[in-house]
Design a binder for this molecule. Structure first.
Ligand code: ADP
Ligand code: ZN
Length: 817
């Protein structure tokens, strides 16, 4: 019997897989796609098997033995073959370490518990006896004695948790390890699956009704009236009997009980919901017929649904899912943020019921794992989720929908730095599926692809029932200031418009895309702003918490009395954020019901549902919020949307600044006038002439696209050039500079091969979390050459002993700032 070997991807920031030997017990089994536990640097670690072979690995200078796989975790492969291929692509295309690419695809590790166990050595045993016999002990010795006595009871290893009651427990244990009295070993233990007791009426038990006790009668009624088995706590509540009674009846054979995995609590948000029943209009119908044809063709097709806000794209998505299911296929729906998984998930669930799974990163691990495995075991045919749901292990995939495909949240800002939309297109290609990208304001990349006929284009040009788009009016803040001679947090024009809505009894939304009370604290004497200790960024003032906070690293401090630089006491706050706008509106409209929706006021899913539910139900008059309020939602009674400081994003040093501004304004304008009532939008700005603002006011996407595309072409930016950034970071500025200079010599030769190299220069955020950052921007019309320059750069770093963690490569970055 030849020895077999397995290539394992481990979640470590290294660019290789690791070879392990298959133990004899596993002969004949294929491990590909299954998760395994292997020893790695003296710790057990979970990885996934990617390939098998009969050849031992051809290493090594040190004659080390190939280690064995310790354990196989999955009876069925966690990853089906297409996902393994997708993982390799992520690793290649985004230059992500292979193990980290695969870590993003695997279910959360809820089965294992990491811990450390200790065993007593012979010298340790002698030492223990010595301590026990000693007439007197120092404090230290007495603690050591306490700890070592934990080993007296049995020869079993002792878990680190049992040292907690000993003063200095872990530190003393480490001491004792060093002195050779005990040995330590990291272990992983299986966690028991969490289950609940289910109770059913035993059908064999034809109740001797006359003798039945009252309690038994109640239980019988509940279990038969509801018609099925119930979880124990539910039965206790519904029947109003005690746990003891039920368990006694169970023992007596009148009831059947068994254990089942916990099911999620029912969510009133879902269950109290009646979805609208809409008959498709002509545009929706013809879009859907076209999608049907793609599905029937049964091969990869990518399409863009370009539909103005309120054109009823969601209804087309639902129709497309239904079509895919009716052909025996499954579907994935990606939405750009967790909040929208609730909104869209609810519609999808109302339509397709139990076979729908919701996946997003804010679910507790245990819930996410359960949903994940429900998908993997084939119980789910539609997955709704955020970015990472593109890795859902669903089989027989026929359709992928990416809603609001332009959103930058589809790009993951940590390793692996993949783009959810582009990954969706690649997965669709792999699986021969239809990929639908939907948006009112498509990204330049996607619209460019549609124009170039790489993607098919479906247009929904009018709103449902031909409702007019909201009228958009610009409030020129320069003009405002001339008239008012002071700058209030909200312009006079917007204030009047809100007052009108309050009189009329309709609703208003106010978008202010900055959290906090003031963006910064400025010294009138020396002109400096109060900065974060760890980052080169101004601290934001949060009034309710009386803190200055860094939105990048979380640093927070009391607002200083005097300027930290010049010690003058002339500090004042500049730039109004959502908290200040909220406060101002409450002062102006003391009787109005006002709510704020941003990450400071809404932290949990439930709070979010409460605010949205209250607004939809008309219990709130004015909703103030950051871009959280701008996306996707469908409120029927909103007749006014005000945008405070609309041009905030235009000031950023980023090639997507105009695109982002245009998108945000168009999206938020789309929230007004969606019901019977017509809507108005007020946009406050200091640059009314800017084309992004002008075209947003006219809600003219195509003209915006053409103008922006023109600039992108002449300035060599995507979609006309492939773009990547390479960031070098370190706590020591000398290192960051030295490594950047070294890397410059690696990139230089690629200039002749068509790669434009900009930098190294200080990154726009020059310091973050105490690290200094320098950046290269690389552009090339030829993606393959760019990829060579980048992958070579990692090898170069290895050869120059530049740590891998100091270099961040970002392919197709969402922004340059
Ligand atoms: P979009 O995502 O394109 O902005 P939505 O999909 O949210 O628009 O649809 C806007 C509103 O129109 C929703 O309230 C939806 O229920 C409603 N709607 C969609 N299709 C129809 C239809 N054919 N007839 C009537 N109402 C519709
Ligand atoms: Zn900071």
């Amino acid at each position: 019997m030849t020895q077999r070997y397995c290539e394992i991807a481990l979640p470590v920031p290294l660019r290789s897989t690791f070879t392990y030997a298959l133990p004899a017990a596993l002969k004949g089994e294929s491990l590909i796609g299954r998760r395994v536990v292997v020893p790695f640097r003296n710790r057990p670690m979970i990885g996934v098997a990617l390939a098998e072979s009969d050849q031992p690995p051809d290493f090594s200078p040190i004659k080390s033995r190939v280690r064995e796989i310790a354990e196989v975790m999955d009876p069925v492969p966690a990853l089906p073959p297409q996902l393994i291929e997708l993982g390799h692509w992520i690793s290649r295309y985004y230059l992500a370490p292979i193990g980290e690419a695969f870590r993003a695809m695997l279910p959360p590790e809820v089965e294992l518990r990491h811990g450390r166990e200790y065993t007593l050595t012979d010298t340790g045993r002698a030492f223990l006896q010595q301590l026990a016999a000693a007439p007197e002990l120092t404090n230290m010795e007495s603690n050591e004695h306490k700890l070592l006595r934990r080993f007296e009871k049995s020869d079993e290893p002792v878990n680190a948790t049992s040292f907690q009651s000993v003063p200095g427990g872990r530190a003393i244990a480490d001491q004792l390890v060093r002195r050779g009295y005990i040995t330590a070993c990291d272990v992983v233990r299986h966690r028991k699956a969490r289950t609940q007791k289910i109770v059913a009426w035993n059908p064999a038990n034809l109740a001797s009704a006359e003798s039945a006790a009252v309690a038994e009668d109640k239980i019988h009624k509940v279990l038969t009236a509801i018609g099925g088995p119930l979880p124990l706590p539910v039965l206790i509540e519904k029947a109003g009997v005690s746990r003891a009674v039920i368990l006694r009846l169970g023992k007596g054979g009148r009831l059947l009980t068994w254990e089942e995995p916990l099911t999620p609590d029912e969510d009133a948000w879902d269950t109290d919901f009646t979805p609208p029943t809409n008959t498709l209009n002509a545009e929706q119908k013809s879009a859907l017929e076209e999608i049907w044809r793609w599905l029937v063709a049964g091969k990869f097709t990518a399409g863009l649904i370009h539909g103005v806000t309120g054109s009823g794209k969601t209804e087309v998505y639902l129709g497309a899912i239904e079509a895919a299911l009716s052909r025996g296929k499954s579907a994935i729906v990606l939405v750009p943020e967790i909040a929208l998984t609730l909104w869209v998930g609810r519609l999808v669930r109302a339509r397709f019921g139990e076979s729908v799974a919701i996946l997003h990163s804010a679910l507790p691990d245990i819930e996410r794992a359960r949903e994940w495995w429900r998908v993997r075991h084939g119980h789910v045919r539609v997955v709704v989720g955020t970015r990472s749901a593109i890795f859902a292990p669903i089989e027989n995939l026929g359709l992928i929908i990416v809603d609001e495909e332009q959103e930058s949240s589809y790009k993951q800002e940590e390793v692996p730095r993949y783009h959810g939309r582009d990954t969706a297109v690649y997965r669709g290609r792999l699986e021969g599926a239809v990929v639908l990208l939907g948006s009112a304001t498509p990204s330049l990349e996607t619209y460019h692809n549609a124009r170039a006929e790489k993607y098919r284009l479906l247009t929904l040009a009018s709103r449902i029932e031909n409702r007019p788009l909201a009228e958009v009016r610009i409030v020129d803040l320069r003009e405002e200031f001339r008239q008012q001679h002071h700058a209030a947090p909200v312009s006079e024009a917007l204030r009047t418009a809100i007052a009108l809505r309050l009189e009329e009894g309709t609703q208003a939304m106010v978008l202010i895309n900055r959290r906090g009370y003031s963006w910064s604290m400025l010294c009138r004497s020396c002109g400096s702003v109060v900065q974060c200790q760890n980052c080169s960024i101004a601290l934001t003032y949060h009034k309710s918490r009386q803190r200055l906070e860094c939105h990048y690293c979380g640093y927070s401090a009391r607002p200083p009395k005097a300027c930290p630089k010049c010690h003058a006491e002339y500090l004042y706050f500049v730039g109004d954020g959502a908290e200040r706008v909220d406060e101002y509106l409450r002062e102006q409209f003391p009787k109005a019901r006002i709510a704020r929706l941003d990450r400071d006021t809404v932290r949990t899913k439930r709070e979010y549902q409460q605010v949205l539910g209250a607004f939809a139900g008309g219990e709130i008059d004015i909703l103030v919020g950051t871009q959280m309020v701008a996306k996707g939602h469908d409120f029927q009674r909103v007749t006014l949307v005000g945008v405070v400081a609309a041009d905030l994003a235009l000031g950023r040093p980023d090639f997507r600044a105009a695109e982002r501004t245009f998108q945000l304004l168009t999206q938020v304008a789309g929230r007004a006038g969606r019901g019977e009532l017509s809507g108005e939008v007020l946009v406050e700005t200091y640059y009314p002439e800017h084309y992004a603002i002008q075209y947003a006011v006219q809600q003219d996407y195509v003209s915006f696209y053409e103008k922006e595309a023109h600039f992108r072409r002449i300035l060599h930016y995507p979609p006309f050039t492939a773009l990547a950034t390479v960031l070098i970071r370190d706590r020591k500025i000398e290192n960051a500079i030295r490594w950047s200079r070294a890397l410059a010599t690696h990139f230089a030769p690629f200039e002749d091969r068509g790669v434009k190299v900009l930098g190294p220069a200080a990154a726009p955020l020059a310091r973050l979390r105490q690290e200094y950052r320098f950046q290269f921007v690389l552009k090339s019309p030829r993606r393959t050459v760019l990829a060579q320059a980048l992958s070579g750069c990692l090898d170069f770093c290895t050869s120059k002993e530049i740590p891998e963690t100091a270099v961040i490569v970002d392919v197709d970055p969402a922004s340059l700032s």
